[in-house]
Design a protein around this ligand. Structure first.
Ligand code: URA
Length: 284
């Protein structure tokens, strides 16, 4: 589906740049948000977009079923059943005191779990070291493992398109616009399997130190796995979304993972709501 000229005009009128532009060769599930979801996009409870001048009625919460994300939760028992065992070794000392260069070096040489054996390289994170917004995803995938940068595959391209309408970017810019992007895990789980709890535990101090160094105004947890790991909960993402959480005294907004949106584009409207919430928090 493509945007009609009328829909484009409506978005332009609201000050929202072309939302999720679709390259001509994009696969069907990467289509822009469905017209029916435009009402989500223009929720009257989210007036924060610049020069917003139109309102539409958002569907009641009951009309928005919470969709489970594709991967089931990982438990140690399930991992053991699948024949996967975490291999754990010592982690560097004093991560919570490290500066950026020391932390980078510690991550790149980390052998604290078995993922170091299958990775091509660690994926530390990228962006402004004092970014107002920090984005946290799950773990590097194949492309990220190859390139050493988070969110560079198809999900990453969608992430870039999601950030732009709310004035955020991964490109070089001032701290209020350029985000910092990191993952819960710094190494790719082989075959993109779910991270094991023990691997998450080994990697956690690195992420905690990154948050402490960036000191963002807002953290966006992308997807069920990042949200549950960061917030130390097993609540489903449908219940974590729409509420404000906190890590290290920083507000955390939970939203769907772009890879999930590639499979469920109808939920892009919900993510738009979440990003508008981020914007409100930045302006508060
Ligand atoms: N998915 C993530 O959560 N992180 C990445 O870096 C890539 C895909």
């Amino acid at each position: 589906m493509t945007w009609s000229e009328r829909q484009r005009a409506m978005l332009r009128e609201m000050g929202i740049p072309a939302f999720w532009p679709v390259p001509p060769d994009a696969p069907v599930e990467d289509a822009p948000v469905a017209a029916s979801a435009v009402a989500d996009v223009i929720s009257p409870a989210r007036p924060a977009m610049p020069s917003a001048s139109a309102e539409a009625v958002a569907p009641p919460p009951s009309a928005r079923p919470a969709r489970p994300e594709a991967k089931p939760p990982v438990s140690l028992a399930a991992a053991a059943t699948a024949g996967i065992e975490a291999i754990l070794r010592e982690r560097p000392e004093g991560i919570d005191q490290m500066d950026w260069p020391t932390l980078r070096q510690a991550v790149s040489g980390c052998t604290a779990c078995g993922l170091c054996e299958s990775r091509q390289q660690t994926v530390f994170g990228v962006g402004h070291e004092h970014a107002s917004v920090m984005i946290i995803g799950e773990a590097p995938g194949e492309q990220e493992d190859r390139q050493g940068e988070p969110f560079v595959g198809r999900a990453g391209q969608l992430l870039d398109r999601m950030l732009s309408p709310v004035g955020l970017t991964r490109s070089e810019a001032e701290a209020s616009r350029q985000v910092f992007i990191a993952n819960v895990l710094k190494c790719r789980p082989p075959g993109n399997r779910n991270p094991l709890p023990a691997e998450v535990a080994q990697c956690e101090p690195y992420l905690m130190r990154q948050i402490a160094l960036v000191k963002p105004h807002v953290i966006i947890a992308m997807g069920r796995f990042a949200a549950q790991s960061l917030l130390k909960t097993s609540e489903p993402i449908g219940r974590l979304r729409g509420r404000l959480h906190e890590v290290q005294g920083t507000p955390v907004v939970v939203t769907y993972h772009p890879a999930y949106l590639l499979r469920n584009p109808v939920d892009k409207g919900l993510v738009w709501d979440d990003l508008c919430r981020v914007r409100e928090l930045l302006l508060a």
